[in-house]
Design a protein around this ligand. Structure first.
Ligand code: IMP
Ligand code: MG
Length: 188
């Protein structure tokens, strides 16, 4: 769905479909150049990374295995709890591989900090890097090196292109800031 379908629920559009696709296309080009289809595995964190993963692999000119993990740190609310729960473990072998984690957003960095350690130590990946479509630097609790930076955004709750509020809006083709009235009730 597009922005017209959610006009009443959003405060403003943050990134258009075109801006999102351009960034992902540029990143695909760099990934092709840097890895050349050799030894690379793309890992997506469910469910938010599905849209970014699909677009990224579609724009790439090299091929490689992909895998997914389902993690949760948020529970029901807006703040990361810091505790990571594995809902579903990795479904591809990354031992000795160069892993690129594909993410919707890095917020506190809790998820990514944990996942990098898990892939290197438990799954014996050779290298681990990350492409987050979005990043909220002001919220960061960990010093994380972002090899393929997406867009840096302010500390606002955003939805669309994989990002959800209570499991909705993931299928929006752009990224928008939700109207406070949509979630005000729950925050009190
Ligand atoms: P972390 O705090 O970096 O661990 O972020 C973990 C996860 O929180 C992200 O992968 C998203 O699924 C979710 N998240 C963080 N900020 C937002 C937001 O603004 N909208 C929707 N989901 C978010
Ligand atoms: Mg996520």
């Amino acid at each position: 769905m597009d922005i017209e379908d959610v006009r009443d629920d959003i405060k403003k559009v943050l990134l258009t479909k075109e801006q999102i696709q351009r960034k992902i296309r540029e990143t695909a080009r760099k990934v092709d150049e840097d890895y050349g289809g050799n030894n690379l595995v793309l890992i997506g964190v469910l469910k938010g990374a599905v849209n970014v993963m699909t677009a990224l692999m579609g724009y790439m000119h090299t091929t490689c295995p992909i895998g997914f993990m389902s993690l949760s740190s948020y529970g029901e609310g807006f703040e990361s709890t810091g505790r990571i729960r594995v809902r579903s473990d990795l479904n591809v072998d990354v031992e000795g591989k160069d892993v690129l984690i594909v993410e919707d957003i890095i917020d506190s960095g809790n998820t990514l900090h944990w996942l990098e350690g898990y892939l290197l130590e438990n799954k014996k990946a050779k290298t681990v890097n990350v492409f987050p479509l979005l990043s909220k630097p002001s919220r960061r609790k960990w010093d994380i090196f972002i090899k393929y930076p997406g867009y840096e955004i302010e500390d606002e709750f955003v939805i669309g292109f994989g990002l959800d509020y209570k499991e909705c809006y993931r299928n929006l083709d752009s990224i928008a800031v939700l109207k406070p009235s949509v979630y005000q009730q729950e925050r009190m």
